[in-house]
Design a protein around this ligand. Structure first.
Ligand SMILES: *Cc1c(COP(=O)(O)O)cnc(C)c1O
Length: 421
């Protein structure tokens, strides 16, 4: 469920007409609905209400300060994967005790930054990293909670670029070696072993891979406890998928996911952490764009938009499907026709959809990409010196630009030409 609905034939973001925002902000731009974001967070929070838990929003999905501030105020924790994300979370007012630090290559500078500012736990991804955290913590005279990310060797049945739980992936330590690695962690100064961490991939559309992974985590918890480790927290990662295409079967609901967690690990009495990103932000955001030209090609017609792969890279990078809908519904029932929907960038990869059935559109018409809130704006760039795409947040009748479009001058002035040229 989201708050992007048609009223009298025109698309609204909550209670604001999308066309009105486009007229003020210009296109292309990302448009988020605050109440959709908060609703998705609440669904997860309620799904785990059977026990102690913390929903740590995986902020790499959409990390605008306004989004972080809203979720932080609602009580969300944050899952960060870089020093930059840590700094963003803190700047948004999220206390250190609600921030978990994940990621395969934390540098000593990033570790120090988090220890200085406060951190709930590090999710450790390798033995060298574990030793680095120990070293930095010891040098600062502190002890920091850690969970070790295990790789359960489970097939997440998702796109290869976002599967992370198979033994050939770079993530975590093999679950078979966990006993040994936990023993070393317990012996290292500056570390307090508190839990187990797992994250098997993104855009999972079935519960079964989660079930396999979580059963392995439950087993491991018993094994480690028998070895004398106090396992009090389980971080079960993110990854629950969203429906990108209307024709697809809807992925499992957060409530079913919460029940699965209770069924597989609930008996262990641990505090549960989860790290959803996509499901919180994905359907909370649109990318709004304008048709520049309608071009009739040989055997195919092209809709050339003012948004491009630099603004939304998911189709080029992951072969991702996004529903593309008109902002104004046509008044008469018209026949749909196939279009190749493309951006203006000089690469054939700058194609959003091929042969997509669309109502008749003409130059100047607005369209919206649905499900663009996650891994959209955060992956945008200024390739082709196309100004970084702005972001807008709507709440009921209000909206605000939460990241402004830079001017050409802003872009040019970011570079420095050396005097000696
Ligand atoms: C990317 C990532 C997530 C979030 O995944 P979603 O599919 O967006 O829910 C959570 N945890 C870790 C460690 C990640 O790398």
């Amino acid at each position: 469920m989201d708050h992007f609905l048609y009223r009298d034939g025109q698309l609204f973001a909550e209670d604001v007409p999308v066309a009105e925002i486009a007229a003020q902000v210009g296109t292309p731009f990302y448009l988020y609905s605050l109440n959709t974001l908060l609703r998705h967070f609440t669904l997860f929070d309620e799904a785990l209400s059977w026990g102690p838990h913390l929903v740590c929003y995986a902020m790499k999905a959409a990390s605008n300060q306004a989004i972080l501030t809203a979720l932080g105020k609602a009580g969300a924790g944050m899952d960060v994967v870089s020093g930059g994300e840590y700094a963003r979370a803190k700047a948004a007012g999220v206390p250190g005790e609600r921030i978990v630090f994940s990621g395969v290559g934390k540098t000593k500078e990033e570790i120090r930054l988090a220890l200085e500012g406060g951190i709930r736990q590090f999710n450790v991804e390798s033995e060298p990293e574990m030793r680095a955290i120990s070293e930095v913590a010891q040098s600062m005279g502190v002890e920091v909670p850690v969970a070790i990310r295990v790789n359960p060797d489970v097939d997440a049945k998702t796109h290869a670029k976002i599967a992370t739980g198979k033994s050939e992936n770079k993530f975590g330590i093999p679950i078979a070696r966990a006993k040994e690695v936990y023993a070393e962690a317990a012996a290292l100064p500056g570390l307090k072993v508190v839990g187990i961490d797992v994250h098997i991939g993104s855009q999972l559309t079935q519960l079964e891979p989660f079930e396999q992974a979580y059963r392995k985590v439950a087993e491991l918890t018993e094994v480690l406890r028998a070895e004398g480790h106090e396992i009090t927290r389980l971080d079960l990662g993110g990854g629950l998928g969203i429906p990108y295409a209307r024709s697809n079967e809807a992925p499992p609901l957060p409530s079913d996911y919460g029940q699965l967690i209770q069924r597989t690990v609930g008996h262990l009495g641990c505090e549960i952490e989860i790290e959803p990103g996509r499901l919180i932000a994905g359907n909370s955001g649109l990318l709004v764009s304008k048709v520049i030209y309608l071009k009739n090609g040989e055997g195919r017609d092209f809709l050339i938009l003012d948004a491009a792969m630099n603004d939304l890279i998911r189709p080029a990078m992951y072969d991702a499907h996004h529903e593309i809908i008109p902002v104004m519904e046509s008044e008469v029932a018209t026949e749909l026709a196939p279009y190749d929907i493309v951006g203006p960038v000089c690469e054939s990869g700058d194609t959003f959809a091929k042969g997509r059935l669309m109502p008749p559109l003409k130059a100047g018409d607005l369209v919206a990409f649905r499900s663009a809130g996650a891994y959209g704006a955060v992956m945008s760039s200024e390739y082709n010196t196309r100004p970084l795409v702005p972001e807008v947040l709507a709440k009921e009748v209000q909206f605000a630009v939460i990241r402004a479009r830079p001017t050409y001058e802003d872009i040019i002035n970011r570079d420095t030409v050396p005097e000696w040229l």
